[in-house]
Design a protein around this ligand. Structure first.
Ligand code: SF4
Length: 459
């Protein structure tokens, strides 16, 4: 898996008088790809007459969008399914769908489990297949629903999947087994979707894929991500464009140059390194060396000096020695990532790393894994403290996403969280904020008056 940020979300209820027969309850665990799938499902269900329910017992259609990247995610879903046994007994007309990465192209492992409370199993991203199971859907001839939950008030920032599946075979990753081979969505389809989402009020689009840089290689004419970015960049109303997640073996100089040239492309790259040891990268089958990774970072920084670099690291992969881990620490310190998503290795059935984990000579003991995770987290905090402190006194351009605890909450171009207080409604607008306080996790500041809005912003 590209370590997309991990979420655990549930249906947002509304207050209308829709009966239980046309209420759905959706619970989502997993990465941004699952969140995006769930947003699309919610929009589609609302398009066929369903409304969200706050609790499972208030719905006749229950969907659990699952994740199998870590054992703990699967355990959460299995726990939730366990809670539904009594509900199914009390309300037998309830339809329960297990969706997502626990139901991959290879379904043997899920069918081996006894899950009598599940009526249907649907593989990841198959939104239409889930909607087709909704027993009381009402179809009209209207334009298809936009893939955003609330058609009248779409979020400021929307993730648009441009590709599904992955053709790599990283030792630890279950995604290719569950999401299948790469399938790129056609350029025209994505561009039209972006146009419609932005026309409804979204201001930032993140193009989403497991290896987003490989988009297009399976399409006629083999367009590249840079072509897609160029095609959507000038969408009227679009303020910001991002893409997630990159792969060091796939990111090209052409893409770097294109992103550096296009003003709405934000200066942010998520480039998972996973380990700072060449031995480990080979065991992980990542397809690059640390030398190549460092050279790529140097080229990105040369083209975009203000780039915000984030990465993913797995600690405690089978075979990782103390020396390998020390090399990971050294590489992270040297590069000075703005953010590091850290995961302690979790063996996933069917992957080569799960086999290796069974060998006591290769397995890293759990306390050691946790010690390494903690050490890297502490390093990350030190780096983030320093990098964010550099913003003190600077003015950053912030795209405001909404309110949080009495303040406006938005993102800088490099995707740093920024908070400021102001009585006006700033949602969906660009604000210039002078930073007065920093922490490893966020920046706080004050709004610059309109006449100073041309104050040079950093990043
Ligand atoms: S196989 Fe590798 S590249 Fe593909 S999703 Fe998993 S970690 Fe990412």
């Amino acid at each position: 898996m590209q370590e997309l940020p991990f979420f655990d979300t549930q249906t947002r209820p509304d207050r209308d008088a829709t009966p239980r027969s046309r209420r759905y309850y959706l619970w989502t665990v997993g990465c941004q790809m699952n969140i995006s799938d769930s947003e699309r499902l919610e929009a589609a269900l609302q398009g066929v007459g369903y409304s969200p329910a706050a609790r499972p017992e208030q719905a006749s259609f229950i969907v659990l969008n699952s994740c199998s990247v870590r054992a703990s995610a699967e355990e959460r879903i299995l726990g939730k399914l366990g809670e539904l046994v009594g509900l199914k007994r009390a309300q037998p007309d309830t339809c329960v769908v297990l969706w997502g990465c626990m139901v991959g192209p290879d379904n043997r492992s899920i069918f081996e489990r006894q899950l009598p409370m599940v009526d249907h199993f649907v593989s990841p991203s198959a939104v239409d297949a889930v909607v087709a199971l909704a027993p009381n859907a009402v179809y009209t001839l209207d334009e298809p629903a936009l893939p955003v939950r609330d058609q009248d008030h779409p979020p400021v920032s929307v993730h648009v999947p441009i590709q599904y599946g992955c053709n790599m075979s990283c030792s630890y990753c279950v995604i290719p087994l569950r999401r299948g081979r790469e399938r790129s969505r056609p350029l025209a389809e994505i561009a039209e979707e972006v146009r419609r989402i932005v026309a409804c009020g979204a201001r930032e689009i993140t193009l989403l894929g497991q290896i987003v840089d490989s988009w297009g290689h399976d399409l006629p004419g083999q367009p590249q991500l840079a072509d897609l970015i160029a095609a959507v960049h000038d969408t009227p109303g679009l303020l910001r464009l991002r893409f997630l997640t990159s792969h060091p073996a796939w990111m090209t100089d052409h893409l770097i140059e294109s992103v550096a040239r296009m003003p709405r492309c934000m200066p942010e790259v998520n480039l998972p390194v996973q380990s700072g040891s060449d031995t480990l990268l080979k065991i992980m089958r990542r397809g690059y060396t640390t030398t190549r990774y460092r050279a790529l970072i140097a080229r990105i920084r040369a083209a975009m000096p203000q780039i915000s670099l984030t990465t993913d690291v797995i600690v405690g992969h089978p075979g990782e020695t103390a020396e390998d881990f020390a090399q990971t620490m050294a590489l992270c310190e040297e590069i000075g990532f703005d953010k590091i998503h850290i995961a302690a290795f979790s063996a996933r059935p069917g992957t080569p790393a799960a086999e290796q984990e069974r060998d006591p000579a290769l397995a890293v003991p759990e306390p050691e894994k946790q010690e390494r995770r903690l050490a890297l987290e502490q390093l990350h905090q030190r780096i983030a403290t320093k990098r964010n402190a550099a913003y003190l006194g600077a003015t950053v351009e912030v795209l405001v996403e909404g309110e949080a605890r009495g303040k406006w909450r938005g993102r800088s171009p490099g995707n740093r969280l920024v908070f400021f207080a102001h009585p006006d409604d700033w949602a969906g607008r660009l604000a210039h904020v002078r930073i007065t306080q920093t922490s490893p996790w966020a920046l706080q500041g004050t709004l610059q008056p309109p006449d100073q809005s041309s104050h040079p912003a950093i990043e």
